[in-house]
Design a protein around this ligand. Structure first.
Ligand SMILES: [Zn+2]
Length: 152
């Protein structure tokens, strides 16, 4: 399942990436740009814009809420996603799939405390961002649990 989020849905797009979903998002993705990109790449359009949904023959999901938690719940429900299955496999910034990276060679590239306490690291091959479980992932996992995804 691949998504294209309209420009009002940046936070939702990031959270879809957190749960491992392929979510395109960017300033070029609005109006017909969004429709064209979605068609070209076979993406489901996520939009707050009912007029766009009427304009757009490709599959489209109109997002009901202003709140990102509700928005994420709606997409998870509508598309029957498992939010925890592929969580933390994708770069939140640029949507690329992360690759595991060996700890050797990372000394000096991550804070010393992180280097000495963490064993598993992932790297975004596109924007070179490094990820490790302790920091944002724990916070985000807590957020996912707060959205009641964790209890299933
Ligand atoms: Zn990236």
């Amino acid at each position: 399942m691949k998504f294209a989020a309209d420009r009002m849905l940046g936070r939702l797009a990031r959270w879809l990436r957190v749960i491992g979903q392929d979510a395109a998002y960017g300033p070029q993705l609005s109006g017909y740009g969004l429709i064209r990109a979605a068609r070209r790449e076979g993406r489901l359009i996520l939009t707050r814009d009912r007029a766009l949904a009427k304009k757009s023959p490709p599959p489209c999901l109109v997002i009901e809420s202003d709140q990102f938690r509700e928005q994420l719940r709606q997409v998870v429900r509508a598309c029957q996603l498992d939010p925890l299955k592929q969580a933390f496999t994708r770069c939140v910034e640029c949507n690329s799939l992360l690759r595991p990276v060996a700890k050797e060679g990372l000394e000096g590239k991550v804070p010393p405390y992180v280097f000495s306490t963490q064993e598993k690291f992932s790297l975004c091959p596109t924007c070179r961002r490094l990820y490790w479980p302790a920091t944002h992932q724990q916070r985000m996992a807590a957020e996912l649990r707060a959205m009641e995804f964790g209890s299933r």
